[in-house]
Design a protein around this ligand. Structure first.
Ligand SMILES: [Zn+2]
Ligand SMILES: [Zn+2]
Length: 332
């Protein structure tokens, strides 16, 4: 079977290897579609991944069962969570795998076949197409949905999304669907144009260097909520500068190092709330499925589809910072 191998420094090869065999509690999945995630780019341009890839968003067909697996059968259509919990602790019992102290990450999903924990698989109903299956079981809707649940505790009418990679664009779709006035901020004209088609109220070209002033002008002095979906110190500081007094900031962007903040000025003097949101809770899948069935247009997020053998080209395109979600799939 074929697998993408990240050699490092933006080099990707397609390698041949024997199909992996599931260990006890695991299953093998024959991939129908896998999605590229912004979190893979650091390793893609950097040191690579020894013998494989960081692919962690996928849907496919169960092709083999490890010992003890009774919840799935060969032939089941599944969408796969990147994170699996132990299945036993109080968090896992509630479907909160990301809070499990022994959570495990499964990668290598840019492969014809990969193995994962049986606990990480959501059965996909027949009315869910493969691309939607990937989106609602991976980061693409998972992160925007999970973040939206946390934001729902606050009184938010206007919301700025800083960074319009697939996660940021997913927020545009999700928050627009919820009826918020969403401001999309990015430096790529292609992504600003996508945000418009996904329902953004306004878009701001951050390359001009006046994003904070423009957000404030649009929102009578400050936006109700900001979502940081880049992961850089300067965009983090922009969120604090653009949010109104009493406003809320959500962090999704993975930072490569610490950011210096002024607790007195950034938080205390202005009654600011900030929280982080990572991935989604396994138990939130049914809610996301229901939203899709009600008409959440999440499938629009996919802008490019390429076969696995063109994985190198797919990553080159994605790393250019101009696409929505890129899928590796033979299916249309
Ligand atoms: Zn991801
Ligand atoms: Zn657990």
């Amino acid at each position: 079977m074929k697998r993408l191998c990240f050699r490092g420094h933006s080099q990707i090869d397609v390698i041949d290897m024997p199909a992996p065999v599931p260990l006890p509690g695991q299953v093998a999945i024959d991939t129908v579609a896998s999605a590229l995630c912004g979190s893979e780019l650091h390793g893609y341009v950097g040191a690579g991944f020894d013998g494989g890839n960081f692919g962690h968003e996928s849907a496919g067909v169960v092709s083999a069962l490890g010992e003890g697996v009774t919840s799935l059968k060969v032939g089941d259509r599944v969408g796969v969570s990147a994170i699996a919990g132990c299945g036993k602790c109080k968090y896992c019992q509630r479907g909160q795998y990301t809070w499990c102290s022994t959570w495990a990450f499964f990668g290598n999903m840019h492969s014809e076949t990969y193995v994962t924990s049986a606990l990480a698989c959501h059965k996909l109903p027949d009315d869910v197409p493969w691309d939607v299956g990937v989106l609602i079981t991976g980061d693409a809707l998972g992160v925007p949905y999970h973040t939206s649940k946390m934001l729902a505790k606050y009184d938010v009418e206007t919301i700025a999304v800083i960074g319009l990679g697939p996660i940021g664009l997913g927020h545009i779709i999700m928050q627009s669907y919820l009826g918020k006035k969403v401001i999309g901020v990015d430096i790529a004209p292609e992504r600003l144009a996508l945000a418009k088609t996904y329902g953004a109220w306004r878009t701001i070209d951050a390359s001009k260097g006046t994003a904070v002033e423009e957000i404030k002008a649009l929102t009578d002095g400050g936006v109700d909520a900001c979502i940081e979906a880049v992961g850089k110190p300067q965009t983090t500081k922009q969120c604090f500068a653009a949010v109104k007094k009493g406003g809320v900031i959500a962090f999704n962007g993975e930072h490569q190092g610490p950011v210096e903040l002024n607790v007195s000025d950034d938080f205390i003097r202005r009654d600011i709330t900030a929280f982080g949101a990572w991935f989604y809770h396994f138990s939130e899948f049914q809610d996301m499925l229901a939203l899709y069935r009600k008409g959440l247009p999440i499938a629009k997020l996919v802008t490019h589809r390429l076969p696995l053998r063109e994985g190198a080209e797919a990553f080159r395109l994605f790393a250019s910072g101009k696409t929505g979600k890129v899928l590796l799939t033979e299916s249309s």
